[in-house]
Design a protein around this ligand. Structure first.
Ligand code: ATP
Length: 263
């Protein structure tokens, strides 16, 4: 984990026109560096600006000031469209195409990226294998459970072989049991694919299971980074038994205190 894939320098974001009553300052001077193959989690209370930050990072929204460097290139306030193919996105509501099968949803992504040929067809199978859905290639979204649909969303985000996986509360719409199961699966997918992952969540346990580093955002707008936490729990300890791990419990208590004290 050596190369810096992102260098984010004093990013701020406001919505609404300058000097008007409708202007909302959402993000104030956030800076961070993200290393290749890291799993970074942005943690914060509802409405604090997590998604806004992620959208700037993923080139969906421009920043109002500051600059973003990606793969050694400074793109100023907005990552251009042609760089977006380097990212794979998963949102809370997976936005699968209802009229396409599992396989068809992955193929749609490849069509959008103009990626054709046998190697890409093989990649669809490979990704469905990684998320454990190879047997569900021909099913339509309505024939799958919520957790399975979200796994299709993850496979689709990975199929064009992006450098970075951007996850915006990917487990937020799931029931508690499915949410927990899928969080272990995301960990396995990360281990297998070795992608850089940036994930937004408001769930402390999920953040501790998955992250190398956690950035906690302050709850009052404009948000900024209130804490940066290195999650020094070995990867071998990150499984169903993590709740018995001493470091997990120490960090959990510490982060819960931070989150409670900033409400
Ligand atoms: N396009 C927009 N125009 C105006 N205000 C916006 C826009 N997008 C977001 N906001 C405001 O920015 C703030 C942060 O929103 P954001 O969705 O980033 O928060 P969040 O932390 O991701 O919330 P949640 O966890 O509830 O999804 C909110 O007050 C929201 O109303």
């Amino acid at each position: 984990m050596e190369n810096k894939i992102f260098r984010i320098n004093r990013i701020s974001k406001s919505f609404g026109s300058e000097n008007s009553d409708s202007k909302v300052e959402v993000i104030k001077e956030i800076s961070m560096e993200i290393l290749e193959k890291e799993f970074v989690v942005i943690l914060g209370n509802s409405g604090c600006g997590k998604s806004t930050f992620l959208k700037i990072l993923g080139g969906i929204l421009p920043a109002s000031s500051g600059n973003i460097e990606f793969n050694g290139k400074d793109y100023g306030q907005e990552i251009p469209r042609d760089v977006l193919k380097k990212f794979g996105f998963v949102f809370q509501n997976n936005n699968l195409l209802q009229w396409r099968t599992t396989e068809g949803n992955l193929r749609f992504m490849l069509e959008m990226m103009h990626l054709k040929g046998e190697q890409w067809t093989a990649r669809i199978d490979e990704m469905l294998d990684i998320v454990g859905l190879k047997a569900y290639k021909k099913e339509y979204p309505h024939e799958l459970s919520g957790g399975m649909r979200q796994r299709v969303g993850i496979a689709r985000a990975l199929v064009h072989n992006p450098d970075v996986l951007i996850l915006d509360q990917p487990l937020g719409a799931l029931d508690a049991i499915t949410r927990k199961m899928l969080s272990y699966e995301i960990l396995n997918i990360w281990k297998k694919t070795q992608k850089t992952v940036v994930m937004v969540t408001n769930n402390v346990d999920e953040a501790l299971l998955l992250a190398n580093r956690i950035f906690v955002l302050s709850p009052v707008l404009p948000t900024t980074i209130s804490h940066e936490i290195q999650v020094n729990i070995p990867i071998t300890a990150r499984d169903e038994n993590i709740y018995e791990n001493q470091r997990f419990n120490e960090l959990r208590e510490m982060i819960n205190d931070i989150v409670r004290s900033t409400i």
